[in-house]
Design a protein around this ligand. Structure first.
Ligand code: OGA
Ligand code: NI
Length: 376
């Protein structure tokens, strides 16, 4: 593989380097385990990206709102929780929830199971490695490195396992989930979905919708569980752990081990997110910004390349719409559109949605921008 350099060489064959990397079937973790001191060229980002990376000691920490769900069912306390969550979803697009009812042991077991999957012997894991990155071929299970390897200009320092958990017609059969994460993935999917549904009810109430409106629209109807492994990186100032993007779904539920790395774009600045121990991070994704007609905000985020000695693990559950056949199109909800607040987005079909998602690799607000109506 080519040596690390940022020189622009017209003869450089990126496709060949990617092919060779994929042929190892060992992902970024395999590179790290080989003990290499400098990262391969396919991972090196251009100067305009690298200049936004500050050393962790010089990076500000985002005080994303903390929402305490303890008294969610108390008539006295619920209105205050609703108000806080609505403000957080508008101002920050990211918040962390505490007293969410999910036992810490379940969170820890889920993270440990994802870590164990990635740390299996190479020959066991290689069976699952998919260089084509096609979840349908692999019946709802996809293990690979960098989903957008062929579309993005530069790769990032992570591998991931993705499981399609719903809707049932296309979801993975439980027996096809790798045994080492099976029990934990099923348990986490149940907990994350319950939490997402609770949060979506609060969000609905916050903007004057029926509490069940998002659920009925199928906002949690399609679910991907993604277990990402960020190996320690020998040159964290030359690459990223995950490229800047906003999530394409409705909401995202995230837990990680205690290694830092997640950053959000707040104003013009990239700031670190440091979850409280035991908290679950939730963020608004593009679809919820669109159907809420900008009542909620989908915010750009990325992950720094891991500069710790230990791997960073995250378990991210993505929620997306599923009832495309029933609804035909989605767009700003009629209840949220008025003469004073006209629709900011057009209606879109399932084809519009999927053909505009991450066309050039991970992207920031690609869907929000594509479906935005021009101001007349
Ligand atoms: C994602 C994501 C953050 C993380 O997978 O979309 O933003 O901490 N992940 O892994
Ligand atoms: Ni994301």
């Amino acid at each position: 593989m080519a040596a690390a350099t940022t020189d622009v060489n017209p003869n450089y064959d990126r496709v060949k380097d990617i092919r060779e990397f994929d042929e190892t079937k060992q992902g970024v973790k395999g590179l790290r385990d080989s003990g290499l001191a400098s990262i391969p060229k396919i991972f090196i980002h251009p100067p305009e990206v690298l200049s936004t990376l500050k050393p962790p000691s010089q990076t500000n920490t985002a005080n994303i709102p903390v929402i305490d769900l303890q008294n969610i069912n108390s008539q006295t306390h619920r209105p205050e929780i609703v108000k806080k969550i609505k403000e957080a979803a508008k101002e920050w697009g990211f918040f962390q929830v505490i007293n969410h009812g999910i036992p810490i042991s379940v969170m820890e077991e889920t993270i440990q199971a994802v870590k164990s999957f990635h740390e299996q012997p190479d020959e066991v894991k290689a069976k699952y490695y998919d260089p084509d990155r096609t979840p349908s071929k692999s019946r709802g299970v996809l293990y690979t490195s960098n989903n957008d390897m062929h579309r993005a200009k530069a790769a990032t320092w992570h591998d991931y396992l993705q499981l399609l958990m719903a809707p049932e017609e296309i979801a993975v059969n439980v027996e096809n989930i790798p045994g080492i994460v099976r029990k934990e993935a099923v348990a986490w999917d149940g907990c994350a979905t319950k939490l997402a549904d609770d949060v979506m009810e609060l969000l609905c109430e916050g903007i004057g919708l029926e509490s069940s409106r998002f659920k009925e629209l199928s906002c949690s109807g399609q679910r991907y569980l993604v277990g990402t492994y960020y190996p320690p990186c020998p040159q964290p100032d030359l690459t990223l752990g995950l490229a800047p993007h906003s999530d394409p779904g409705t909401i995202t539920v995230l837990i990680s081990n205690q290694i830092s790395g997640l950053q959000i774009k707040h104003g013009e600045e990239w700031v670190d997110v440091k979850p409280l121990p035991g908290a679950v991070i939730i963020n608004i994704a593009d679809l919820l910004q669109i159907i809420s007609n900008d009542e909620f905000n989908s915010v750009g985020h990325r992950v720094r390349a891991n500069c710790c000695e230990e791997p960073r693990i995250s378990v991210v559950e993505f929620f997306l719409l599923s009832k495309w056949k029933e609804y035909g199109t989605f767009g700003p909800l009629p209840e949220l559109v008025s003469a004073e607040k006209p629709a900011l987005y057009r209606q879109f079909t399932e084809d519009d949605y999927f053909s505009n998602m991450y066309v050039k690799g991970l992207e920031f607000k690609s869907l929000v921008e594509k479906f935005k109506l021009q101001k007349s």
